[in-house]
Design a protein. Structure first.
Length: 149
């Protein structure tokens, strides 16, 4: 099944803060440019971690929307599972850029597992996993730059 163009474009645009953060971690020139133009919140791990936290919370809302397509016990389970990414970010992301990046990586990998579960229950669109696997790979790779440097 083909990913709708709008979903693909928006998903790819949503990677910009992760990619930009990784680039500013490995390039002093880009970091200085970003610092001068955008300020310290929008470079390095700061942009990745704040944006990553927002995206995990956003994805909880997406999963909640998928849960509305179910009924009974499946719906109830879906609602419970859908809040895990937001709670994960709230409870575990913090304590410095290194640990926050590790917890975000774990959160995005766990989110991919939830995506798969909702998709297998027919609650997510047929193209959902094709989109989510690629996006998650890039997010995890970009967050890993902060962990490995």
């Amino acid at each position: 099944m083909t990913i709708p163009r709008s979903a693909l474009v928006l998903g790819l645009l949503g990677l910009i803060p992760f990619v930009w953060g990784a680039l500013t971690l490995v390039s002093d020139d880009l970091a200085q440019f970003g610092l001068n133009v955008f300020g310290p919140r929008f470079i390095g791990p700061y942009v990745q971690l704040s944006y990553g936290t927002v995206i995990l919370a956003f994805m909880s809302g997406v999963l909640w929307g998928f849960a509305t397509r179910a009924e009974g016990a499946v719906a109830a389970s879906g609602y419970v599972l859908s809040v895990i990414p937001a709670l994960w970010a709230f409870l575990f992301v913090g304590g410095g850029p290194y640990s926050a990046a590790i917890y975000l990586i774990a959160g995005f990998v766990g989110l991919l597992g939830l995506d798969l579960l909702f998709w297998r229950h027919g609650l997510a669109p047929g193209w959902w996993m094709q989109l989510r696997i690629g996006l998650t790979f890039i997010v995890v790779a970009c967050l890993s730059v902060g962990v490995l440097i």
